[in-house]
Design a binder for this molecule. Structure first.
Ligand SMILES: [Zn+2]
Length: 311
């Protein structure tokens, strides 16, 4: 009987047993979503030991000469798995690693790609964001992820983008666009001109509730301006990885608009930030995953921002 129970538990919850020893990563799926464009869909979850921080969508674009990688994953180990999967698709050298912003799920895998001839690129604010928060991120996620974070380091960009620039992969240009403070203070998008594939980073969330770590009003404004980008498909930072464009922005805009309206109403009524954080955006709850993990935090940050608008 005991053996049977152990067997059932082992089948249902392998991670239960892995807690006693080394854990293994799930196979890394990398799909060619357009000619020479590869993407990996992260799990819609928080970063933990079992998923090796693998919650963000990652991508790569191969030109005639070399490859650009877009975000690297939530740990050195995930970055290595990404690199191995990429190597199975193309042997061309990697010339750029583009980070869409400073959050751990997008940059913790950078170390796997360090090498001769690899240029790390990001928003002009990215080096500062990483130097202010990088060590804190490492320490905080070490508590949660333990040995799954072994070897993970912070690698800052040397090519920084203030406005817009194009990088050439050989017969193929990637347009990098830096945005005003929105989801974060260092948001960068990457557009593959050849296929019209836009890597939006966390300026676009699908299914995973949007996270506001920069400016609620800025996020709304940038979401509007993103819609003008001439793309045919988009890879969001989180959620289903190939979405129609610009329709993919609709849910996110609805969430940010609702949250802003609710917060403004709460401020007008003289509610405290605590009260507002309990109710603002609540109507959107059924539409999103991880709502419980982020909505109150988004509301709190938005409240502080909107409070200064006055009546
Ligand atoms: Zn993210």
């Amino acid at each position: 009987m005991l053996r049977r129970i152990a067997h059932i538990v082992a089948v249902l919850a392998p991670s239960f047993f892995s807690a006693f020893g080394a854990i293994a990563q799930a196979p890394f799926a990398l799909k060619e979503i357009a000619s020479g464009v590869y993407a990996h869909q992260g799990e819609t979850s928080l970063m933990n030991r079992e998923n090796f921080g693998g919650i963000a969508n990652l991508g790569a674009v191969a030109g005639d000469d070399c490859v650009a990688v877009i975000d690297t994953g939530g740990s050195l180990e995930q970055g290595k798995a990404f690199l191995a999967a990429l190597r199975a698709k193309t042997q061309k050298p990697i010339c750029y690693v583009i980070n869409t912003h400073a959050h751990p799920d997008h940059v913790f895998g950078n170390g796997a790609f360090v090498g001769a001839g690899v240029v790390f690129a990001g928003h002009k604010n990215l080096p500062r964001a990483l130097s202010l928060r990088g060590e804190h991120y490492l320490a905080a996620f070490r508590q949660i992820m333990g040995d799954a974070l072994d070897g993970t380091t912070i690698v800052a960009p040397t090519l920084t983008i203030a406005d817009s620039t194009a990088i050439d992969l050989g017969g193929r240009r990637i347009v990098l666009q830096a945005w005003r403070t929105a989801h974060s203070e260092a948001d960068l998008t990457a557009l593959d001109e050849k296929t019209g594939t836009l890597f939006a980073g966390d300026l676009l969330f699908l299914q995973h509730v949007p996270v506001v770590d920069g400016s609620l009003l800025g996020f709304l404004d940038v979401a509007d301006r993103l819609a003008d980008i001439k793309a045919t498909r988009v890879v969001p930072g989180h959620g289903p990885m190939v979405a129609p464009w610009p329709k993919a922005l609709e849910d996110e805009r609805a969430y940010l608009t609702r949250l802003t309206a609710d917060l403004r109403a709460a401020i007008r009524k003289g509610e405290s930030v605590k009260e507002a954080a309990r109710t603002a955006g609540e109507e959107e709850r059924p539409k999103w995953k991880l709502f419980e993990d982020y909505n109150a935090r988004n509301a709190t940050a938005g409240f502080a921002e909107l409070e200064w608008e006055g009546p």
